[in-house]
Ligand binder design. Structure first.
Ligand SMILES: C[S@@+](CC[C@H](N)C(=O)[O-])C[C@H]1O[C@@H](n2cnc3c(N)ncnc32)[C@H](O)[C@@H]1O
Length: 227
């Protein structure tokens, strides 16, 4: 989508407390990540509390809601010794490459291949699987979660939508009933959000929900498991 220079919906880069960039959308009063530390939050909420549970598995399928900057995908592709990953990620407002190239994730993460994988992920074609390396396949879908057709069931969901105050439709009870149907038994959903209503709605959809300590600067987060 082409947006005007001073469009309040146009994301702009800001630095979070750990030195890594995040994006801010003024009109939504919302950041793409925690302003207390973007890389720190992604590593903690999605990798430590989610991906690590599957470290003994050979292969897993992940569904991410909100590709955005690609930070969660990049950290997952760089995580060593875990399962091979098929990563389906949804996005309704792809970022412009000019903006993506200014993000400091490869420099901050400072790992071999970070730059190459990051570039490859953002250049990857939409709506088809693309191998980023031999153990990580990325499938970017240019679709809203609400319009996602049937996909092969997933083991892990990175639920990284904008917060309920900014996008309430992505936190409605129907979201959790549709997601639980898309997951394998013992599948896990992790999100930075810890709202009581969200937790109760997840439980009503059939998930077993844990309230976990949050990343630095956030008291709690949620982890929901399909029985
Ligand atoms: C909080 S940001 C997080 C993005 C990303 N995980 C990252 O690390 O940058 C939420 C993302 O969800 C996208 N989004 C908005 N509505 C959506 C929808 N209905 N379905 C899927 N993604 C959506 C936004 O465009 C935005 O990129």
């Amino acid at each position: 989508m082409q947006r005007m220079e001073n469009d309040p919906l146009k994301p702009r880069i800001v630095e979070s407390d750990d030195g890594s960039h995040t994006l801010r959308v003024d009109a939504l009063n919302e950041h793409y990540h925690s302003h207390k530390g973007a890389v720190q939050e992604s590593n903690y909420v999605f990798l430590k509390m989610g991906l690590e549970l599957f470290k003994e598995r050979e292969h897993i399928r992940i569904l991410e809601v909100g590709f955005g900057t690609g930070l969660n995908a990049l950290l997952t592709a760089l995580s060593a010794n875990g399962p091979s990953v098929h990563y389906v990620t949804l996005e309704t407002y792809p970022l412009e490459m000019d903006l993506v190239r200014q993000l400091n994730y490869p420099a901050i993460i400072a790992r071999d291949q970070a730059e190459t994988f990051f570039e490859a992920m953002h250049n990857a074609a939409w709506n088809e699987p693309v191998a980023i390396h031999d153990r990580f396949t990325l499938e970017k879908r240019a679709t809203a979660l609400q319009d996602l057709p049937t996909i092969d069931p997933v083991d892990l969901v990175y639920y990284d939508a904008f917060a309920p105050h900014a996008q309430p439709e992505l936190w409605e009870p129907v979201i959790w009933t549709s997601l639980i149907e898309r997951m394998n038994p013992k599948g896990v959903l992790v999100t930075y959000c810890a709202k009581g209503q969200v937790r109760r709605d997840m439980q009503a959809a059939g998930f077993e929900v844990e309230r976990l300590e949050g990343p630095p600067g956030k008291r709690e987060m949620l982890r929901a498991t399909k029985p």
